[in-house]
Design a protein around this ligand. Structure first.
Ligand SMILES: [Zn+2]
Length: 346
């Protein structure tokens, strides 16, 4: 056993995206422009650099990158112009999974935080009017893993402004490249994850997507400056996006693979639209329509009905393992202090 990592998967796929962006404006229809996956093979205890998946993606809504986005990510317009659009790249990714025999139940994604899948992937599939594939329904938030490993959970006091700085300092792992580029970020996260595994720490799934959390039942008072304030924008997106990230302590087993822990439905049924996911209070508070919401048609489906009190009661007293404590964490997850540091990550 000692030569095995404490990880219940055969491979970890370290995932990161870059998206289109505009300086000082979070109300923007962010499309994926780079997708990178770096592989850690658990049996070999190796980062498989020969198996890296890296693609540029051509955005459709805003095909021309802003100067800010080019500067931040280091991705140039030419690379984008010659790239395939997301549905094509995603099909290439699925083919790549098949080619390497990465079966969905035998790997887990590792992400820096919840934004990679909850925000970037979910939003990209909403733009395409497709439900987010089952493989994205769970992941390992490596920031959370690290936070638990810091002595006395003293993460905030680690030297460094961002997660990358803090992790780099804590483990003395040099960051090579541009910390806002998906390929460089993914490569660093792979080294970090390997180091955490090498120290014999457990690395397993700690987040999943589901269609509701208790915190959503409390009306959100929208910050009038949400478009330019990262933290406030994330709170608004937390209400607009159909699925929310939830803290979990187990990964999907065969029978429950990709099933929502809230409604118990599979990924094709649990779309987050049947559980009052578009609180009219949020849209009523917006002075101007949201570009983020309208590009993905998120603002036209809500019907403004009051939430069903009976159903809420059932949820609180439900026999499932969704308890209030989880939901407190869920709220923290969307409203995560650490994410402030990543204000301009894409
Ligand atoms: Zn659900």
């Amino acid at each position: 056993m000692s030569n095995r990592y404490r990880c219940p998967f055969e491979n970890l796929l370290i995932l990161d995206f870059n998206t289109t962006c505009e300086q000082n404006n979070y109300d923007y229809p962010s499309e994926i422009i780079q997708m990178n996956v770096t592989v850690i093979n658990i049996r070999d205890k190796m980062i498989r650099e020969d198996q890296t998946f890296n693609r540029f993606v051509r955005p459709v809504i805003n095909p021309v990158l802003s100067d800010y986005c080019v500067r931040l990510t280091g991705i140039d317009q030419n690379s984008i112009n010659t790239a395939d659009v997301f549905p094509v790249v995603y099909d290439q990714f699925v083919a790549w999974l098949r080619e390497h025999n990465f079966q969905e139940k035998t790997f887990a994604f590792v992400c820096e935080d919840h934004q990679t899948i909850w925000l970037n992937a979910q939003y990209q599939f909403l733009l395409l009017d497709r439900s987010i594939p089952a493989i994205f329904r769970q992941w390992i938030n490596i920031t959370t893993v690290l936070q638990y490993l810091i002595p006395e959970r003293n993460y905030d006091n680690l030297p460094g402004e961002t997660f990358v700085n803090k992790a780099s300092n804590f483990y003395n792992i040099e960051f090579i490249g541009n910390s806002h580029n998906a390929m460089d970020k993914s490569s660093f996260l792979a080294k970090l994850t390997k180091r955490i595994l090498d120290d014999n720490n457990l690395v397993s799934v700690n987040r999943s997507l589901r269609c509701n959390v208790n915190s959503r039942r409390v009306p959100l008072n929208v910050d009038p400056n949400w478009r330019t304030t990262f933290q406030s924008a994330m709170l608004v997106f937390g209400r607009m996006l159909p699925l929310v990230p939830a803290v979990v302590y187990t990964y999907f087993t065969d029978d429950d693979y990709a099933k929502c822990q809230y409604c118990k439905n599979g990924p094709d049924v649990c779309l987050g639209v049947v559980h009052e996911q578009y609180p009219y209070e949020v849209y009523e508070q917006l002075v101007e329509p949201s570009v983020f919401a309208s590009a993905a048609r998120l603002d036209i489906d809500f019907n403004g009905e009051e939430e069903d009190e009976v159903e809420d009661e059932e949820d609180v007293n439900g026999q499932d393992d969704v308890n209030d404590e989880d939901d407190v964490d869920d709220e923290d997850d969307v409203d995560d202090k650490d994410d402030v540091n990543d204000e301009d990550k894409d």
